[in-house]
Write a protein that binds this ligand. Sequence first.
Ligand SMILES: Cc1ncc(COP(=O)(O)O)c(C=O)c1O
Length: 375
Amino acid sequence: MKRYLMTPGPTPIPEKITLSMAMPIIHHRTDEFKGIFKETVDLAKEVMQTKNDVIIFASSGSGAMEAAVSNVLNKGDKAITVNAGKFGERWGKIVKAFGAEAIELTYEYGDYAKVEDIEKSIKNSKNVKAVYIQASETSTGTFHPIDEIGLMLKKKYPEVVFVVDGITAYGAIDVKTDDWNIDIGITGSQKALMLPPGLALLSVSEKAKNVISKNKNNYFYFDILGEIGAKAGKFTPAVSLVIGLNASLKMILDEGLDNVFKRHEILAKATREAVIALGLELLSKRPANSLTAIKSPLNISSTNIILKMKEYGVDISNGQGYLNGKIFRIAHLGYFYKPDILMCISVLEMVLKKMGYSANFGEGIKRAMGILLDE
Ligand SMILES: Cc1ncc(COP(=O)(O)O)c(C=O)c1O
């Protein structure tokens, strides 16, 4: 059966990228690889819209999250963590794991962080060293107002290190690392970068580097300054994935960042409006353009919708935590185009009808076609 992967990571991989990784492996301490590595880092800076250093870990995205905590916070330091979903919750867990104090700002799943809450929390807590947040909270499909938060920090608390997990944002949504004052920006390979899992990227500002240089916490492999100082990774880099990353970043830049963001915006709009036309409800109050989280209609478990979609070869994602069975998530980040959305919406409509939800049958695909025809 033909498979259609519409999950928020891993995401489909373009043939060109797969082929680039199929070449015979080369040694990582050669000039050839050092050249590829340096070029890849430079391309990553362009995609992440930063002049800061960018490092690449051979790990999943959570490795970079861990590095951004262990390298920045000492035991006993205070940090604000925004918990508006499963990945925000992870920030709190990592901060605590390294003996620091997580001041958790908790929001209902689907809600987004408010700049004034963060400002108030820093003011009330005193000596906050860092703020940890997601750009796009993948468990709820929500985009936090990173621009507003970054600007507030720059104006009022310039000493606070601003750490943004942009794992389902970079390469899909316009995240301006430098303009938005992001000290540490994080992404992972298996999302909008259209690669297999296994790489985590991290941008580091001069301010963050200065804070890290005074750090006394324990870490070994996830050594940010050590990686910056190394020519092509401090340890053996994931050679083939780095070569794939080089191809992926070139694909993104060849299309043009603005075009890439626009494509994601249109696909997200078509998905959102199609499900609304079907009479379904979005989970998020501030939806991200990288994925759409949809509430399951009354009495139908989203787990069953997902299983039925799978019978057609279409893989979408369930809700996480207490949202399991209650929502389903359709991803449109990375290697996605208009026909992918049309396919997914029509299969969803057929599945819902078979399950007894026949309200507005045909209206979703009609709405999606209308949007995609115009844009
Ligand atoms: C926003 C966000 N943060 C962190 C992670 C964790 O990344 P990984 O599973 O690569 O460790 C994910 C993965 O889905 C994510 O979407």
